[in-house]
Design a protein around this ligand. Structure first.
Ligand SMILES: [Zn+2]
Length: 408
């Protein structure tokens, strides 16, 4: 997941249903059990983190997660066509169906040392928090529901998703909503990262690679033809002058450029990669349109400048698209998660981010991402660390959120 903006809320206390009430005997038993088994959950977190899961190579970790689902007695445990691991826990009735998930993949390439170093309460390893923590919390929720014999109104489908990070482009969760569980998801929760935040706003994004290509030639001998790097420069100059709203925060960044072979050659190719983001669909689409027009205009300007000598062509590749959206703070679902967070005595913080929940938000299906407790530092870096102090709080909150959202 990516960092976002924090907004503080005060949770209401008044309207807890028995199923969400920490003083209800079954709920109380589940919460106590979670505190007791937290050391075992931390061992699971370490074990799963030490199974490498680079982008597009989640298979081995997925197989291990499937075994856990089987051992815990979930029904219809399977790996779908995209590579997600799924298992069902039936409810009293067929609805509401809650998907309760964490992501299997990491940002780290194959060959990264993922062994976990332990010093006191500190666990250090790439992926230990993002999302080793979420994977462990999901296991804790399944175990606590069973231990306390908690029945929910609707079924819960527990999922380990693939492709949450980077160029994975949410491919796992897109497949869940678009194929595997199409039309059957009423509510969606992702447990992602550390702390106790609640992400109810999904930052959408477009990522493109734009390439200009031409004949190329000698810088002196062939002078007088269109130049792909010059076209690229025209495009970057246009992008650099884009105006976007501060609220909702809407951003653009040319993050990579490439092309050319030597200082005295007119290049035959040049390219850039750009990232554009907003939680507001309209603002993102407007920016997207502006960018596409700028790319075409830069091309025609460069071609006209040289009267179509060595005429350039353009190739536009979509590298990624994440829908943006929001599950409103006043919605029953966000209120429920805020309530159970407040009921446990934890501060309620709503934030925006880019997570698996984006896909549900984009479809208007109530979706939130909750953090898994503990304290994390250095996510997406090789120094990523997780402090286990009071990390059980995250599992307890996740349990109450699952029970609340699987209730009518
Ligand atoms: Zn994550």
């Amino acid at each position: 997941m990516a960092p976002g903006r924090w907004v503080w809320l005060v949770a209401g206390w008044a309207v807890l249903s028995p199923a969400q009430d920490p003083t209800d005997p079954k709920i109380k038993a589940a919460l106590e059990y979670i505190r007791r088994i937290e050391p075992e959950l931390l061992e699971e977190q370490v074990r799963l983190t030490e199974i490498p899961a680079p982008p597009f190579e989640e298979r081995v970790r997925a197989a291990a997660y499937k075994q856990v689902f089987e051992r815990l007695g979930l029904k219809n445990v399977r790996i779908d066509k995209e590579g997600n691991v799924l298992g069902e826990r039936p409810g009293r009735g067929p609805s509401p169906r809650l998907v309760f998930s964490a992501h299997l993949d990491t940002v780290f390439p194959a060959g990264t040392d993922v062994r976990v170093k332990r010093e006191g309460t500190r666990l250090t390893a790439p992926g230990i928090g993002d999302d080793g923590r979420g994977l462990a919390v999901v296991i804790g929720v399944i175990r606590a529901l069973d231990h306390a014999g908690i029945e929910t109104d609707g079924p819960i489908t527990f999922v380990g998703t693939v492709g949450e990070e980077g160029l994975g482009d949410l491919r796992g969760v897109k497949h869940l909503f678009g194929a595997e569980l199409k039309g059957r998801i009423d509510r969606f929760v992702s447990v992602d990262g550390t702390g106790l935040g609640i992400t109810n706003t999904g930052v959408g994004s477009y990522r493109y690679k734009v390439s200009y290509a031409g004949l190329g030639g000698h810088s002196f001998g062939s002078f007088g033809m269109a130049n792909p790097i010059h076209a690229l420069g025209r495009l970057i100059a246009k992008v650099a002058e884009f105006q976007t709203p501060a609220q909702p925060k809407t951003t653009f960044n040319v993050g990579r450029i490439g092309g050319g072979t030597s200082v005295n050659s007119i290049p035959f190719e040049a390219s850039l990669e750009v990232d554009m983001r907003s939680s507001d669909k309209g603002s993102l689409e407007a920016l997207h349109e502006k960018f596409k027009q700028a790319a075409a205009l830069a091309l025609s300007e460069e071609n006209e400048r040289w009267k179509n000598n060595g005429r350039l062509s353009m190739k536009v590749d979509l590298l990624g698209y994440r829908p943006g959206g929001e599950t409103p703070a006043r919605s029953a679902e966000v209120q429920a998660v805020a309530r159970v967070t407040g009921a446990l005595g934890f501060p309620v913080a709503l934030r925006e981010g880019s997570t698996d929940a984006n896909v549900g938000m984009g479809l208007g299906i109530p979706s939130v991402t909750i953090a898994g407790g503990g304290t994390g530092t250095g996510a997406h870096s090789p120094q990523e660390a997780f402090d286990t102090t009071d990390s059980w709080k995250g599992t307890q909150r996740a349990l109450l959120a699952a029970v609340a959202l699987a209730s009518r």
